[in-house]
Design a protein around this ligand. Structure first.
Ligand SMILES: NC(=O)c1ccc[n+]([C@@H]2O[C@H](COP(=O)([O-])OP(=O)(O)OC[C@H]3O[C@@H](n4cnc5c(N)ncnc54)[C@H](OP(=O)(O)O)[C@@H]3O)[C@@H](O)[C@H]2O)c1
Length: 380
């Protein structure tokens, strides 16, 4: 893969992925696809451009593929890390398939995830969007408390840039708010980094509407990255409305509820303590996973007649919520990547979405998404 042939190859392979989706999802063919089929060419450039979405607005907008790739699980929190070379190949395959948004963070590993992403994307750096995050002290290879102090942010970005083998990141997120540092100071520091050319755009993760407004007034935000899925709809309580009003994009993390919504995990699943944080999450106890099976059943019931997997239903639902939503599912497997990307070209009708929403609304999800300590770090 060279940077010269990436664009044409990507277009070809994106069309291939679209064809796959159309075959898989024939009963759920979108209006968009119906229109395209009646047009002269089936996979026109206008349809390919529809596979992109815009995060943010004005001077701080970012054009990205409608689904990004969350790279965290390639060596952090999702079980024993697969072979590093295989993960570099997977990231490069994602580029070939049309993915342009890649998400990492200093704390993933720590550090090694940025190194992996940096090496994988170096040959195509200018053609892709790389986002990373700061926000923690890291001591002896462990997360050691929050740190949003300006001098720390300035130090972290320089180190992240080295690991990412680049001289700028497309978006720098604060991973978690530091209650000891006013958000205005954080936003002002990122603004300086933007002026210095080290950072192009600013994002926040798991923040309240008040924090969004205060930060945005100092440095316009391009995206909020917070958990959002059929099993965690909290952003609907104000954050999405604020994003809409202010012209800020939204990047749902854990859009498949850390894999649960794919239907491949159950009460027999064993998570490796120390390598997979699901081992300690209340939502992933055997009891909670058994009780929550009903949501996977609902997705399966909805997806089966349409030829869709539960993961595809979950991602298509998210994409349907707002045109400025760009989920970043994580995977370590090429087959899962293809399955997830196929969701970009699916679209449910209003009545299909209503049916799905009604089926999900009847379900009471068991188990908190985070431990009490992790929950304290997220704003409401
Ligand atoms: N801002 C934050 O605080 C924050 C927090 C968490 C995550 N994130 C970001 O969000 C990204 C994704 O989050 P996540 O990894 O927590 O959750 P996720 O994307 O909801 O789920 C990932 C899990 O689902 C599995 N999976 C993915 N597609 C599948 C498919 N089609 N069929 C079966 N299994 C499938 C993956 O396993 P396989 O490898 O086997 O496919 C992986 O274990 C991360 O990589 C990270 O970039 C951000």
């Amino acid at each position: 893969m060279t940077s010269q042939n990436v664009t044409s190859r990507r277009r070809f392979l994106t069309a291939g992925a679209t064809l796959g989706a159309a075959v898989v999802a024939a009963p759920a063919l979108s209006n968009r696809q119906r229109t395209d089929e009646s047009a002269a060419g089936r996979f026109t450039s206008s349809q390919l451009s529809l596979n992109h979405r815009t995060l943010g607005s004005g001077k701080h907008k970012l054009d990205v593929s409608a689904l990004g790739l969350g790279c965290m699980g390639m060596n952090y929190h999702r079980g024993p890390a697969p072979d590093r070379k295989a993960m570099i190949t997977l990231i490069r395959k994602a580029v070939d398939m049309g993915v342009t948004l890649f998400d990492t963070a200093e704390v993933y590993g720590p550090f090694v995830n940025e190194e992996l992403v940096g090496e994988a994307l170096a040959p195509v750096r200018k053609n892709v969007v790389v986002t990373t995050k700061f926000g923690f002290n890291i001591q002896n290879g462990q997360m050691a408390g929050l740190n949003g102090r300006p001098e720390h942010i300035r130090q972290v970005i320089d180190e992240s840039l080295k690991r990412l083998r680049t001289d700028y990141v497309d978006m720098l997120y604060q991973h978690r708010i530091d209650p000891n540092v006013p958000i205005e100071d954080v936003a002002g520091t990122v603004k300086d980094l933007i002026q210095a050319g080290k950072v192009r755009n600013f994002g926040l993760s798991e923040v309240s509407v008040d924090t969004i407004r205060r930060a945005h007034a100092v440095q316009p935000l391009t995206a909020i990255q917070s958990e959002y899925s059929l099993m965690w709809k909290n952003p609907e309580n104000g954050v999405l409305a604020a994003c809409q009003e202010l012209g800020i994009g939204f990047v749902p993390y854990s859009p498949l509820c850390r894999g649960y919504l794919t239907g491949t995990l159950n009460e027999q699943t064993k998570f490796v303590v120390g390598k997979d944080n699901r081992a300690g999450l209340p939502r992933f106890t055997p009891e909670a996973m058994k009780a929550n099976r009903v949501i996977v059943d609902a997705l399966t019931e909805f997806g089966n007649p349409r030829g869709l997997t539960p993961a595809q239903v979950a991602l298509t639902w998210l994409l349907a919520q707002k045109p400025w939503i760009v989920p970043i599912p994580g995977t370590t497997k090429l087959a899962h990547l293809g399955e997830n990307l196929a969701s970009i070209d699916l679209q449910f009708t209003a009545s299909e979405l209503r049916d799905l929403d009604e089926a999900i609304a009847k379900i009471r999800i068991q188990g908190d998404r985070y431990t009490a300590e992790e929950q304290r770090r997220v704003e409401r």
